[in-house]
Ligand binder design. Structure first.
Ligand SMILES: NC(=O)C1=CN([C@@H]2O[C@H](COP(=O)(O)OP(=O)(O)OC[C@H]3O[C@@H](n4cnc5c(N)ncnc54)[C@H](OP(=O)(O)O)[C@@H]3O)[C@@H](O)[C@H]2O)[C@@H](O)CC1
Ligand SMILES: [K+]
Length: 472
């Protein structure tokens, strides 16, 4: 599991570890790890120029000490200081190693790499004008963000507003000890590039962190959570998933929801809905049967005007539900909770309607909105996006970024709904079913895409391969 902690949690864990170590030991570990990664990126240090953008805090200190290591290895290291008092000990170390501070009007040499150390976890959103200008000077040069891209909301995963200013967009982010929320949550995560964590633990102790409320499943977690049949399993033990989706107007959505449900992760699939859709389901999926007892329902994809009735009928069975598309408009129609266990799967526009806010507000602050929705509707909410977020009712959130950009294709969400329904039927709790489903859906899409375009049916067909590719 990848874990992301808040600034407060990180500061408290760092303070506890720092109390057991000699002064400066943590910054030394952080900056040495940073310097080694930068040296690897540069390939060779001799003849290379690195520009440090350095603010007033310890984030700047990390870059100055790392700059000293790089200068000793032969790099030309130049500093654009954005404070009159950059970390004094770090600056002294850099100078002693041969690095130098640029004068205010001195352009410096065009660098091969920029280290963004304007602000780290002590930063407020947005860059001040001097920092924005220092960044503009080196436009086009690869940027390594120290800890976080300066200017992003570290705990919110949000970008600064226009009034707050701009932010750094990094090619790589090097952080320390644990992930920050902005590393896992869009839109800020998109500004981080790949994130590398330098361990802070070592002789003298480890960083002891609180349980994280924002996490990201890894392949090993999915393998551990996924229910697998054992020798004596019967099809009914493995769970029966029912699909109430599709309509005369949107037959394809019903078919794709069935395709996701019929990927083999539950023991049986039932379809209930429009007669013509049912006939096509029968032709395409001869293993799918009609109405009867189920352990979970997948409802709403392409349901059109039938969605409310489908949701009412599914709800009456008092089994876990996954609710999508047209049925999302009706989740509060019945008074009281929707089901003992429910997963709602909106995209940003649908979530905006459910919460009565603008779509742009959801896109700017997906973490805040998905948490609010989970609390408001008393359900697990899966907000689809480039990086899908799954929120539990208690505020825990799992981010899922396994899908390729090609996954933004019609019908992919219908497949996901069926897949989550199958996982609910197989016995997973809603938070696990939604996040494991989103992870497998993204992984299946990556396999199906192999770098090229794909359609939703390809994703459903690749789900078994995604399961086979999990570690044993
Ligand atoms: N502690 C440890 O053990 C370890 C810490 N480590 C490192 O320390 C970093 C945290 O350092 P930090 O606490 O000094 O805060 P940091 O982010 O450098 O700057 C805060 C200062 O910047 C300013 N400022 C704020 N917003 C601004 C803005 N938008 N634009 C411009 N300026 C702005 C503000 O000052 P002000 O302008 O208000 O006077 C504020 O005081 C952390 O990210 C990691 O890299 C690692 O070495 C591992 C061990
Ligand atoms: K930074």
């Amino acid at each position: 599991m990848r874990r992301a902690h808040t600034v407060e949690e990180i500061r408290s864990a760092e303070a506890a570890l720092m109390a057991t170590l000699p002064e400066g030991a943590l910054m030394e570990r952080a900056s040495t790890g940073l310097a080694h990664l930068v040296a690897d990126l540069l390939g060779a240090c001799y003849g290379r120029t690195v520009r440090l953008l350095v603010g007033s805090g310890d984030n700047g200190g990390d870059a100055l000490y790392a700059g000293a290591v790089l200068a000793r290895r032969g790099c030309r290291v130049e500093v654009r200081a954005l404070s009159s008092t950059p970390h004094p000990a770090g600056l002294a170390a850099l100078r002693a190693a041969g690095g130098r501070l640029l004068g205010a009007d001195e352009p410096g040499r065009r660098p091969d790499l920029v280290l963004d150390a304007v602000v780290g976890i002590g930063g407020r959103p947005g860059l001040r004008d001097d920092a924005a200008a220092a960044l503009a000077e080196v436009a086009g040069v690869p940027v390594v963000a120290v800890d976080v891209p300066s200017g992003v909301g570290v705990d919110t995963g949000e970008l600064p507003t226009a009034a707050q200013g701009t932010h750094v967009t990094a090619d790589l982010t090097v952080t320390f000890g644990t992930h920050r929320v902005c590393h896992l949550v869009d839109p800020a995560a998109a500004a981080c590039g790949p994130v590398h964590v330098v361990p802070l633990g070592g002789p003298g102790g480890d960083l002891v962190l609180a349980p994280a409320s924002v996490t990201a499943l890894q392949a090993g977690d999915v393998a551990r959570l996924l229910p697998r049949p054992v020798g004596e399993s019967q099809k009914y033990d493995r769970g029966v998933v029912g699909v109430r989706a599709g309509s005369a107007r949107y037959p394809g959505a019903g078919l794709l929801c069935v395709a996701g449900a019929a990927s083999g992760l539950a023991g049986m699939v039932r379809y209930v809905g429009d007669a013509e859709v049912a006939a096509t389901v029968k032709a395409q999926h001869p293993e799918v049967v009609g109405d009867g007892r189920v352990q979970a329902w997948a409802v709403g994809s392409g349901g059109d005007e039938d969605a409310r009735r489908h949701l009412a009928e599914a709800r009456a069975d008092e089994v876990p539900l996954v609710v999508d598309a047209d049925a999302l408009r009706h989740v509060t129609d019945f008074g009281g909770p929707l089901a003992s266990a429910a997963v709602l799967t909106p995209h940003a526009g649908e979530l905006a309607t459910m919460l009565d806010v603008e779509r742009s507000a959801v896109e700017a602050a997906p973490l805040a909105h998905v948490r609010r929705a989970a609390e408001t509707f008393g359900a697990v909410v899966l907000l689809k996006g480039r990086r899908t977020l799954v929120a539990d009712r208690d505020g825990d959130v799992r981010a899922v970024g396994t899908g390729p950009a090609w996954l933004a294709t019609a019908g992919a969400g219908d497949v996901l709904t069926g897949l989550v329904g199958a996982l609910l039927a197989s016995g997973l709790a809603p938070y696990d079913a939604a996040s494991v489903g989103a992870w497998l859906h993204g992984s299946a899409a990556r396999l199906a895409s192999a770098g090229g375009p794909l359609v939703a049916g390809d994703v459903a067909r690749a789900i078994p391969s995604a399961v086979r590719a999990l570690p044993a």
